[in-house]
Design a protein around this ligand. Sequence first.
Ligand code: PMV
Length: 379
Amino acid sequence: MNKTLPEKDFTFKRTNIVIPEKGSFTWKAPSNIALVKYWGKYDVQLPKNASISFTLDACYTLTTLEFRKRQIPTEALISSKGFIATKRESTFEIFLDGERKPEFSEKIATFITRISNLVSFISDYDLIIKTRNSFPHSSGIASSASGMAALALCIMSIEKKLNPEITDEYFYEKASFLARLGSGSASRSIKGPLVVWGQHKEIEGSSDLFGIEFSSTIHENFKNYHDTILLVDKGEKQISSTIGHDLMHNHPFAQKRFEQAYQNLSKLVTVLQNGDIKEFITIVESEALTLHAMMLTSNPYFILMKPNTLSIINRIWEFRTRTNANLCFTLDAGANVHILYPEKEKEIVNQFIVNELLEFCQNNHYICDRVGLGAKQTH
Ligand code: PMV
């Protein structure tokens, strides 16, 4: 698939507004779960195929970004106060739950360096990032999507302060564009309830550069959809997403997979409008298993599912045959299982989860989430 990228100028234009001495903004950004998966990228964080996700609600990151005009030279700041400097002269500190987190520095430094020519004002400031997640740190739920989205939105709030003329459309598109440069799936954590990221000819406005809200009318069946996340394995995964994406470069099935994802997205667009839950289940489960099939057939190969992941899948299939309930599973790049089901069936599915699936979760832990509407500014 040869792609031509639309040009989009997201460079910050300096205005004659005086740069404020200091300030702070806080954004709450949700996690998301892909229905059609993104796995494989090109250039700088651009997706090999278009994807679509449900935006979540209960799983989010809350980030406050404090900014102060730099008073003392960068070198003095680094040696005296433990600030981290990026290659482009920006400095930042990062705290998770009130504790300094030097282990996050590299990822944030890469992100800030990547975006610095688009938000040139950040190099005028020392940045203090204070962040917390609504889900436990070691739950195996990636915080990169919600975390990068929240940070990108805080940075866009500074841009808006410096240039109040920017439109909401520009604000959110650029926030998604910036978030994408931190973590691909973060581009889908700005809006909701459904977000498409990646160019698809049947979805108007879709782009590889940023995520857009899926704007067609969504059938009642898919409103308030539930996502219960079964925490099968809370440990660090052995292979990072970055390595997994890279392995798609020389993957023997890559091209077919990208074409299949494209077709699955076409089918899902129809299903989301006509309410065909059975077809939804088929597409979503096939996408989850194909994602993991790509991992199983990479060179080197790897497995992120655990025995309990498979036990849960089998129990779901048995339960569906027995009851005709409309629940299905999906997986991200890990062992945890997301169970998706309609609002109308929440009692029966919840009971099934508690009675039959909790035994497969680490310490019986699970998270009840549902589809949400996107990020919110709280300060
Ligand atoms: O955003 P990344 O680079 O962490 O990639 C995540 C990809 C999957 O979660 C496996 C699929 C997706 O589309 O979210």
